[in-house]
Ligand binder design. Structure first.
Ligand code: PRP
Length: 179
């Protein structure tokens, strides 16, 4: 790490709130009465998940899964492992994966394959942000918040080297950052 990172706000908290409300309405329309299993991908999705489920006024179950992919760098290593899997039975459930960002698609693609093998009744993806310019594997996002530019984003759960997850807005990280 060298110089002080600079943050340039990309989405303010009120824009995020409006987008999460829109996504909740879409999800409600499809899942009301189906007791879905929402699986958040740690750590990045924790804040999005917390805000989203508070807007879902019907019975659902929340689980988290922990994968490893990026380590300390900005680039994905491409080697993905399940560090902590969902404890609930996935078989036969209406499963909705909750992601903070789809970048190369490697993580999400791996996760969807992993969950598909567990034979859910249905499997869909909700992502707060999508960076299609970086995609290496095609991923279908069923519920999408924002399409974002090829910049390093932090805040609202997104980190740089474990920092900035706590910021309520989403920012572009600028500056001369070294590892
Ligand atoms: C981020 C994000 C996604 C993944 C997307 O997680 O939460 O899971 O990267 O990248 P990809 O599309 O290139 O695979 P990260 O590994 O940074 O872990 P974190 O959520 O704990 O920060």
């Amino acid at each position: 790490m060298s110089s002080q990172p600079k943050l340039h706000t990309l989405f303010r908290r009120d824009e995020i709130e409006a987008t999460v409300k829109r996504l909740a309405a879409e999800i409600r329309g499809d899942y009301y009465g189906k007791y879905p299993l929402l699986i958040g991908v740690l750590k990045g999705s924790f804040m999005f998940m917390a805000d989203l489920i508070r807007l879902l006024d019907f019975p659902l179950e929340v689980e988290f899964i922990r994968l490893s992919s990026y380590g300390r760098g900005r680039q994905t290593s491409g080697r993905i492992k399940v560090v902590q899997g969902p404890r609930s039975e996935v078989k036969g459930r209406e499963v909705l994966v909750i992601e903070d960002i789809v970048d190369t698609g490697l993580t999400t693609s791996f996760l969807l394959d992993y969950l598909r093998k567990k034979k859910p009744a249905s499997l869909k993806l909700c992502a707060l942000t999508d960076k299609p310019s970086r995609r290496r594997i095609p991923v279908t996002i069923d519920y999408l918040g924002f399409t974002v530019p090829d910049k390093f984003l932090v805040g609202y759960g997104l980190d740089w080297d474990e920092r900035f997850r706590n910021l309520p807005d989403i920012h572009v990280l600028e500056g001369d950052i070294h590892f």
